[in-house]
Design a protein around this ligand. Structure first.
Ligand SMILES: Cc1ncc(COP(=O)(O)O)c(C=O)c1O
Ligand SMILES: Nc1ccccc1C(=O)C[C@H](N)C(=O)O
Length: 396
């Protein structure tokens, strides 16, 4: 057996998280696209069937109370909280990431005050954040400036209202320095809004510890909530009274069933709610989160780094020199949970990888992305993926 195969065997044998793979329904495909759509947790199908047949089919309207439907957004928010380093009562689940970015950014600008006239946005962001930030700037009469996260400290000034940043870059997998960037934003008197889509569930975030103001994230990647699963919004406790939602629907009213014409916001994170929650998706997510029972996010991070290190090592061993260039930073403190390889014929290469049972994704114009979800990806998977990549790109 080759050296990488032997090493993978050893690493898998020593991996305490390896048994967690049984908490998912998988096949023999090497699934490295959990940074786009997480795999299906084994408990979800039966739970969804129960929600549909019994809770909806039999209990019908009673389920809003008796099945805990009404309080699901905050209950599931509290379930996500420890995974992102937040105490309870600061996260609500609902709506898409894009909608939550809108709520958070408008609320941030409103908190910052009238004399703060500029919004900063991550220039390398996933597009939706940039589009929403542009609309928020127009709606609130602020200017928008796109800067890279590294340029943020120098770009901050007494005019900065809010800064919208990605914790991990969706394309390169670069992990940005959330503690120091948040501190810099605060030193300028501005409000920090973080998009956690590519970090939550893959590495420790430390929202409370680092004093993050507002954060949003999706639940369908490393949290495995399913296609279109609702996103979440974190509002730091000390800011909750000042959170003035641009979408103050009746679900965020202090007395939703009072049916009053005047709006009065609920206390706490509930202010982030809007309208009727999407119960089917939300309760699928709640079942999916059970895979985290007894799992430490620090252990997940350690395995994630070991996996991406090992994958890079195998790529170097199997892929002919010069065929790919890694865009993912080598230092661990700058790396998320994916490896991005630049490759001239990336679109075609990914098609061929998928045909051979290795599923990653292609991001235009020339990036092969491989996401490593430590709950269900092992070292033999990493070795096989790199080996097949080597074959596809004309290696040995
Ligand atoms: C960083 C980031 N933000 C936002 C989104 C998507 O937002 P939405 O859930 O609204 O589609 C994604 C991926 O789809 C993403 O990678
Ligand atoms: N929500 C999706 C629906 C369909 C296809 C992809 C997505 C993604 O999430 C893409 C991901 N945000 C990315 O980083 O590329």
């Amino acid at each position: 057996m080759s050296e990488p195969v032997l090493k993978a065997e050893k690493l898998d044998a020593a991996d305490d998280l390896a048994p967690l793979r049984d908490r998912f329904l998988l096949d023999d495909v090497v699934y490295l696209d959990g940074n786009s759509l997480g795999a299906l947790p084994a408990g979800v199908p039966d739970r969804v069937a129960d929600v549909v047949r019994r809770q909806w089919g039999e209990l019908r309207i009673r389920s809003w109370d008796e099945s805990g439907w009404w309080t699901a957004p905050e209950r599931i928010g509290d379930r996500i909280a420890p995974l992102v380093g937040a105490a309870a009562g600061q996260i609500v689940v609902g709506d898409s990431t894009s909608v939550n970015i809108f709520k958070a950014l408008v609320a941030a600008v409103r908190m910052a005050g009238e004399d703060r006239t500029e919004i900063l946005v991550d220039a390398s962001t996933f597009p939706t954040d940039g589009y929403i930030a542009s609309s928020v700037a127009r709606l609130t009469g602020r200017t928008l400036r796109a800067v890279t996260p590294a340029e943020v400290p120098a770009a901050l000034s007494g005019r900065t209202a809010a800064v919208l940043l990605n914790h991990v870059d969706y394309r390169t997998g670069r992990l940005h320095d959330l503690p120091s960037l948040t501190a810099a934003v605060h030193a300028a008197g501005a409000v920090a809004v973080w998009d956690l889509c590519h970090s939550a569930g893959a590495l420790p975030v430390g929202l409370d510890e680092h004093g993050v103001d507002l954060a949003v994230g999706c639940t369908y990647k490393y949290l495995n909530g399913g296609p279109g699963a609702p996103a979440y919004l974190y509002v730091r406790r000390s800011l909750q009274d000042r959170f003035d939602s641009p979408l103050p629907g009746w679900n965020s009213h202090v007395e939703p069933f009072g049916m009053r014409p005047e709006y009065a916001p609920a206390p706490g994170a509930l202010r982030g709610r809007v309208g009727t929650p999407d119960i089917l998706s939300m309760l699928a997510l709640e079942a999916a989160l059970e895979v985290w029972d007894g799992v430490s996010i620090d252990a997940v991070r350690a395995k994630s780094l070991a996996l991406t290190d090992f994958f890079l090592e195998c790529v170097a061993a199997y892929v002919p020199g010069g065929r790919v260039e890694s865009l993912t930073p080598v230092p661990h403190e700058e790396r998320g949970s994916q490896v991005a390889l630049r490759c001239a014929d990336a679109g075609d290469a990914m098609k061929r990888l998928i045909e051979r049972g290795v599923v990653g994704d292609f991001r235009a114009p020339d990036v092969l992305r491989f996401g490593f979800t430590p709950l269900y990806v092992g070292f033999a998977d990493a070795e096989r993926a790199a080996r097949v990549l080597g074959e596809v790109l004309g290696g040995a």
